[in-house]
Design a protein around this ligand. Structure first.
Ligand SMILES: Nc1ncnc2c1ncn2[C@@H]1O[C@H](COP(=O)(O)OP(=O)(O)O)[C@@H](O)[C@H]1O
Ligand SMILES: [Mg+2]
Length: 298
C-alpha cells in the first residue's frame, strides 16, 4: 500500500503554477526525501496534503483513501513552517495543550513517549522561548508525533542546524521510521537526506521530474577512478587506448568502470606518467541531481 498517492495535482497563485500536474507515490514505511530548490513547490505540496491549502485540481490519496477521510486525517502529523508553540510556556505545557486539543487519552504517557523520541526528556520543563533552534525543531516534531501518526510530514527539518544537530535529527527521523511511521521530508539540500532516505522525489518548477528508491539511486551511481598527473592530456591519450570512458574534470581525469586499478597504474607508469593522486569515487545523489536539473533546463 502507499501512504501517499498524488495524481495530477495542481495549485496556482496569481496565475502561476506553484504545483503543476504533480504525481507522487510514497510507499508505507518510506523515508521519502522530497528534494527541490527554493521555490520549486515543496511546501505548497505539503500544505495541500495537510489540507492547509485547497488544490485547483488533481487527487491526493492517503493510505488508499481520499485525503479528506476523517479516519485518515487523524493519522497525519505535520510540521510545516513553525511549531505554533507558546513561547512563555514550557515544552511539557505546550505538548499538553496540543494533547488536550487532539483529545488524546493517557496524555502524560504520550508526552513522555514523544519527548523520548526527540531526545528531549530532560528538557520538559524548559520554556519554549529558551530553546535553541535545534530544540525548537525537535519540539515541533514532538508536537506532530502526538497521537502516534502513521504519516509524518516535515518541511526542511534539518535546515539551519549545525553538524551535531543534523546528526541528531537524522537519528531521530530514522527512529521514527523504524517505529512504523512513514516520513515525508522536504529539503533543498540533498546531502542532508542521502544517509537516511529510502526513496527520493525530485521536484522542479512544481513538477516531479524524478522518483526513485535509494537502491535505484545506488544502481545509477557510477563508479569511477579519479586521478591527477602532471601531463593530463598525455595520460588521457594513453588511458583512452585501453579504457573506453575517460573524461576530464578540471585538473583530474575520470576513468569509468575500472575493474583492475593495478593495471591502470601500471599502464600509466609504463608510459612515463607519474600519478600524483588517485581515488575511487561514485556519482552520488548530488551529482545525479545536478545532471537531472541541467537535462531538464531546456
Ligand atoms: N501563499 C502564496 N501566495 C503566492 N505565491 C505563493 C504562495 N505560496 C507559495 N507561493 C509561490 O509558489 C512557488 C512555490 O513555493 P513553495 O511551495 O513555498 O516552494 P518551496 O517550499 O519548494 O521553496 C513559489 O514561486 C512561491 O513564491
Ligand atoms: Mg518551502
Amino acid at each position: 500500500m502507499n501512504a501517499i498517492e498524488i495524481r495530477n495535482l495542481t495549485k496556482s497563485f496569481r496565475g502561476m503554477y506553484a504545483v503543476d500536474h504533480l504525481n507522487m507515490t510514497v510507499p508505507v514505511g518510506a523515508i521519502y526525501g522530497f528534494i527541490g530548490e527554493n521555490g520549486s513547490g515543496k511546501s505548497t505540496t505539503e500544505k495541500l496534503i495537510c489540507g492547509h491549502l485547497v488544490a485547483d485540481s488533481g487527487s491526493i490519496k492517503l493510505f488508499g483513501k481520499p485525503y479528506t477521510d476523517p479516519g485518515v486525517r487523524a493519522r497525519i502529523g505535520a510540521l510545516i513552517e513553525n511549531a505554533g508553540c507558546f513561547p512563555g510556556s514550557s515544552i511539557y505545557q505546550n505538548l499538553m495543550m496540543q494533547a488536550i486539543n487532539l483529545g488524546l487519552p493517557d496524555r502524560d504517557a504520550e508526552i513522555r513517549r514523544v519527548l523520548k523520541l526527540v531526545r528531549m526528556e530532560e528538557h520538559a520543563e524548559r520554556k519554549f522561548k529558551q530553546c535553541s533552534l535545534g530544540m525548537k525543531q525537535r519540539v515541533g516534531i514532538a508536537m506532530a508525533l502526538l497521537g502516534d501518526p502513521a504519516l509524518l510530514i516535515l518541511d526542511e527539518p534539518i535546515n539551519g542546524l549545525d553538524v551535531d544537530g543534523m546528526r541528531l535529527m537524522r537519528e531521530i527521523l530514522t527512529d521514527i521510521a523504524h517505529s512504523g511511521c512513514t516520513v515525508l521530508i522536504a529539503s533543498h539540500i540533498l546531502g542532508e537526506l542521502e544517509k537516511i532516505a529510502t526513496h527520493y522525489g525530485v521536484i522542479r518548477r512544481g513538477r516531479l521530474i524524478a522518483e526513485l528508491s535509494a537502491e535505484e539511486m545506488d544502481r545509477r551511481a557510477q563508479v569511477f577512478t579519479a586521478l591527477k598527473t602532471a601531463d593530463l592530456q598525455g595520460a588521457k591519450a594513453v588511458l583512452s587506448s585501453v579504457f573506453p570512458d575517460v573524461r576530464e574534470d578540471a585538473d583530474t581525469l575520470r576513468v569509468y568502470n575500472v575493474e583492475d586499478t593495478a593495471s591502470l597504474v601500471r599502464l600509466l607508469l609504463q608510459n612515463g606518467h607519474v600519478i600524483q593522486e588517485i581515488r575511487k569515487n561514485a556519482i552520488g545523489l548530488e551529482e545525479y541531481y545536478i545532471e537531472l536539473m541541467s537535462e531538464k533546463e531546456a
